[in-house]
Design a protein around this ligand. Structure first.
Ligand code: ADP
Length: 243
């Protein structure tokens, strides 16, 4: 059988820094784990930068307006997110990697692959679109059953938003039911990407501490040649240090 290895299309970067990213459905606990990892790495003396999905000032207003007015189609939604990541990769992720720092990203290309294809975008098209992305050192996938994540997310939040619940897919008129169906589709896609991209699976049903210990052990093994001292400030643009 002919097997494709699409990950080889992405930049296997040769920068001295390391890029760790987290993925998983809403409520899998990935942000909690990344935040704890960041605190630990800083305490250990590493220079750490954090970048979050959908946070580039370049497209923020357009995305917000598109969401508010429910104007986004699967394609325009996908292109906006790709622009968001392209901007953050060029301005926030590659400069620290070049300088030998650690970059942590909450969601990465796999979020686009899972969500956009659930919305009907071509899997091949979206993978091609993100060819500009550098390959993460480790991509963690926090695997959790739907009922566990739903309980966590609904317990922590006041309500669900239109696009987050996948209401644009017309799966159900009930926002909670739509959310559940949409998250299920996304979870199936994550499961399908484990082998395709070598995602590192973390059993996210366990306690926060147990997971964090495992994540730290995996990250620690990758840090052999990463300098512990803060890197010289001149290596970074001002917006990276103050942002
Ligand atoms: P995500 O970023 O995947 O959406 P969060 O890290 O924001 O998830 O966590 C969602 C909610 O679940 C938060 O209220 C968080 O405190 C809680 N949570 C995270 N990890 C666990 C865990 N292992 N066990 C129980 N609750 C958790």
């Amino acid at each position: 059988m002919f097997i494709l290895f699409p990950m080889q299309m992405y930049g296997d970067h040769e920068f001295p820094g390391k890029l760790f990213i987290v993925e998983g459905i809403d409520g899998s606990g990935k942000s909690t784990q990344l935040s704890l990892l960041q605190q630990w790495l800083k305490r250990e003396g590493y220079m750490v930068f954090f970048s979050e999905w959908n946070s580039s000032p370049l497209v923020k207003q357009t995305t917000s307006r598109g969401k508010r007015k429910q104007m986004l189609t699967p394609t325009t939604f996908s292109l906006l997110h790709a622009t968001d990541l392209a901007d953050r990769i060029e301005r926030h992720i590659i400069p620290p990697l070049k300088a030998g720092a650690i970059v942590l990203a909450d969601r990465y290309i796999y979020t686009a692959f899972a969500r956009d294809t659930a919305r009907g975008v071509s899997p091949h098209w979206v993978r091609e679109l993100y060819r500009f992305a550098v390959k993460p050192t480790i991509a963690f996938y926090f695997r959790v059953p739907l009922d566990v994540s739903l309980k966590r997310i609904l317990g922590a939040r006041a309500g669900l938003k239109y696009y987050e619940a996948g209401m644009d897919l017309g799966l159900s008129d009930d926002v909670e039911e739509s959310f559940e169906l949409f998250q299920g589709m996304i979870r199936d896609r994550y499961e399908g990407m484990i082998d395709e991209f070598g995602l590192r699976v973390i059993d996210a049903t366990r306690s926060i501490e147990e997971q964090q210990n495992e994540v730290r052990a995996i990250v620690e093994r990758e840090l052999g040649d990463v300098p512990k001292h803060p890197l010289p400030h001149f290596a970074f643009p001002e917006y990276l240090l103050n942002g």
